[in-house]
Write a protein that binds this ligand. Structure first.
Ligand code: FES
Length: 154
């Protein structure tokens, strides 16, 4: 269940729009922030807070790749493997993450530190390969650079 503070935050968003459906995406984002991922229960909380049907909430949440539908590690790596990144070594980086950290696509390290999702273009083709860690952006990636970056994410 959402606490009073979160319900107030969602209500403040809801009143900004003439249609409560418009508050759905930011409310789902809040739910993911609060629960770490969008479980059935989390989506039910959003539906209740906005007085929307659960099917509308579930249908919207399942459309967007930024919403997680299973638990993820403390830090989520979203590595682009689309054309520009692939040409410049993204698949080699996926192998590196597997070999060095035991991290497979759609997987989480045993200690719950890192999760990995491979994704489509994140708009940094000119400085590929690129990735996000949580909401932080990194480009011009190499094995060495990833190793250095990951030192910041314990
Ligand atoms: S293809 Fe990777 S950022 Fe565009």
């Amino acid at each position: 269940m959402f606490g009073e503070t979160v319900l107030k935050e969602i209500d403040e968003i809801r009143v900004k729009y003439p249609d409560r459906r418009s508050a759905l995406l930011p409310s789902l984002y809040i739910a993911q922030r609060e629960f770490g991922w969008l479980s059935q229960e989390a989506m039910q909380c959003v539906a209740k807070a906005l007085n929307l049907s659960e099917s509308i909430v579930r249908g919207t949440a399942s459309f967007y790749s930024m919403f997680k539908h299973k638990p993820v590690g403390r830090h989520l790596i979203q590595l682009c493997t689309n054309v520009s990144c692939m040409i410049l070594g993204a698949e080699r980086l996926v192998d590196f993450l597997g070999n060095k950290y035991g991290l497979q696509p759609d997987g989480t390290t045993e200690d719950g530190r890192l999760s990995l999702v491979v994704m489509e273009c994140i708009g940094a083709c000119g400085t590929a390969p690129a990735m996000l860690i949580n909401t932080d952006f990194y480009d011009n990636l190499s094995e060495k650079r990833i190793e250095e970056i990951l030192e910041k994410y314990k």
